[in-house]
Design a protein around this ligand. Structure first.
Ligand SMILES: Nc1nc2c(ncn2[C@@H]2O[C@H](COP(=O)(O)OP(=O)(O)OP(=O)(O)O)[C@@H](O)[C@H]2O)c(=O)[nH]1
Ligand SMILES: [Mg+2]
Length: 507
């Protein structure tokens, strides 16, 4: 199990920050790609804050600049996205389907083992340019090997993660929130740790283990309605066993029974604690897993007060600071106060698959992962579950461009000249998955012993923390060397005037 340590986290953050600065001077097509604004993929947005959440953005001094630069969104794109959202056709509703199949994944093979599929891939040059910089081309589909379906379609069994995928997302408010949690932990009796039910393994944050160790914990799997309409008993049993002796809950915030279970557990903890001044509980979790929504639901069900105590929204980073205490129990109950906290990501993610899964469920900023890559990753998962989910648009395909082209055409997402708007189609499809309207399935595999395997894998997967540190240092030196070389080379103009480069450099 990877042991994340704060001193290292801060240093790693500094390294990544320097890398970000350096990388800005080196052209990298994947990082300079056009970044479209996304429509709010979640359900609710912007409630009045009573309990202390502040939406103002305060990036940490060490936060990777690359993240900030990538986050820039164009107003043109926002209005386009809004227009596109409005043009949704009714036919799309038929995409909704329920499937509870979990899937197994193999890590991506080396790029050299990829071969082009027999399905024709649309040339990336055919993507209509959104601005002057073209979207990076998606990787060619991997050869399909799995068992053939009745219609002869064979879904891909691996998804090669592009090497350019962002591996870090650790902002100032993540670090500040974590530091504050450390200070607070001695004053709370129970940690309510939220994880997204669609990614029960990937949404575990190892940083919390160190920060909150030794505290009584309740694991709440949120948004379960987005993976299964009715919670499958077997899945519930397996996941409950994973965390024994901690209590495990599954929540759909619109289901009062789910919320009452959590409130009752909180009351029990409060009774055992038996404090006249009340018992405090802290909600923690990855960004956008539904912490603030859960806090509001606990208050609604526990006290009957439906006013929102915390701001919620469909994007990560809505809550920026640890909130105030919010009472969630009625007059005759033991006093329970719950505290909301900002979502915290990890400073370095070695597993590209995990990064993509968290991006797909909306735990990291949309602008960090190219939308076509995300749509391709979604197609990969849909194909493993049920390619019939998009039967109204095209026959089963492993080629994301074919898929996007068909969806863009049928939903009228076109640019000037009648060309298909691939990015708009991709944004629309990912948004629909996030709302549970394009299949309800999990992205992580749930099986007996799966959690233990995950913890073991976390330690072994990719690089160790030391290896990551060494690699980042090496890359930094390499980039610096490259930059010096570029600065040192005389331009043709300088050469023609015979100005020595050393003079140019230091003048
Ligand atoms: N379908 C469904 N949506 C949910 C559920 N819980 C939360 N959401 C939605 O998920 C989105 C994120 O919810 P928030 O409560 O703001 O998430 P958060 O963890 O507080 O996010 P940060 O403060 O940004 O870290 C919102 O659009 C919610 O409406 C749920 O149980 N089911
Ligand atoms: Mg929040």
């Amino acid at each position: 199990m990877a042991a994340y340590n704060f001193r290292f986290s801060a240093r790693l953050c500094t390294h990544i920050s320097s890398l970000g600065r350096i990388s800005q001077s080196i052209p990298n097509p994947s990082r300079t790609s056009p970044l479209r604004s996304w429509p709010d993929a979640g359900c609710g947005r912007g409630y009045a804050a009573i309990g202390g959440s502040t939406p103002n953005e305060q990036p940490h001094a060490n936060a990777p600049e690359i993240i900030e630069s990538l986050s820039a969104q164009t107003p043109t794109a926002t209005s386009e996205a809004a227009t596109l959202g409005a043009s949704e056709t009714g036919a799309a509703e038929t995409l909704e389907a329920t499937t509870s199949t979990s899937i197994t994944e193999t890590l991506a093979p080396a790029a050299s083992t990829r071969a082009s599929s027999s399905i024709p891939t649309t040339s990336p040059t055919s993507i209509p340019p959104f601005n002057s910089t073209p979207t990076p081309a998606p990787l060619p589909p991997t050869p399909a090997k799995g068992p053939a379906r009745r219609d002869g379609f064979v879904p891909r069994d691996v998804f090669p993660v592009p090497a350019s995928i962002t591996t870090s997302y650790f902002l100032g408010h993540h670090k500040a929130g974590l530091d504050r949690m450390k200070e607070l932990v001695g004053q709370v009796e129970l940690i309510i740790e939220c994880r997204d039910y669609r990614v029960p393994l990937s949404s575990r944050n190892p940083l919390f283990e160190e920060t909150l160790q030794g505290k009584q914990r309740m694991i709440v799997y949120t948004k379960r309605d987005l993976a299964q309409r009715v919670l499958d008993d077997n899945t519930r049993k397996i996941m409950t066993k994973w965390h024994y002796p901690h209590t495990v809950a599954f929540s759909d915030t619109s289901n009062p029974k789910d919320i009452a279970f959590i409130v009752n557990h909180a009351k029990k903890v409060a009774r055992d604690h038996d404090s006249l001044t009340g018992t405090r509980m802290l909600i923690v979790g990855m960004p956008n897993v539904g912490k603030s929504t859960l806090l509001n639901a606990l208050r609604r069900v526990g006290t009957g007060n439906s006013t929102k105590a915390a701001i919620t929204g469909g994007q990560p980073g809505i809550t920026r600071k640890i909130g105030g205490t919010v009472k969630i129990t009625g007059q005759d109950d033991p006093l329970v106060y719950v505290i909301d906290s900002p979502g915290v990501f990890v400073p370095y993610m070695s597993n590209g698959q995990t990064m993509l899964k968290l991006a797909l469920v909306g735990s990291i900023k949309d602008s960090l992962i190219p939308i076509i890559t995300l749509a391709d990753f979604l197609l990969f998962h849909i194909n493993r579950n049920n390619p019939g989910l998009y039967k109204d648009y095209c026959p089963p395909t492993n080629d994301v461009m074919t898929w996007l082209k068909a969806v863009a055409r049928k939903t009228g997402k076109l640019v000037k000249g009648g060309e298909e708007d691939y990015e708009a189609a991709a944004i629309w499809l990912v948004g629909r998955y996030r709302k549970g309207m394009l299949g309800r399935f999990m992205l992580d595999e749930v099986k007996e012993g799966g959690y233990q395997e995950w913890l073991e894998g976390e330690g072994k997967a990719g690089e160790s923390v030391t290896q990551a540190r060494k690699r980042i240092k090496k890359e930094r030196i390499e980039a610096g060397r490259k930059r010096n070389m570029e600065t040192a080379l005389p331009s043709p103009e300088q050469s023609s005037h015979n100005i020595p480069w050393s003079v140019t450099m230091y003048s």
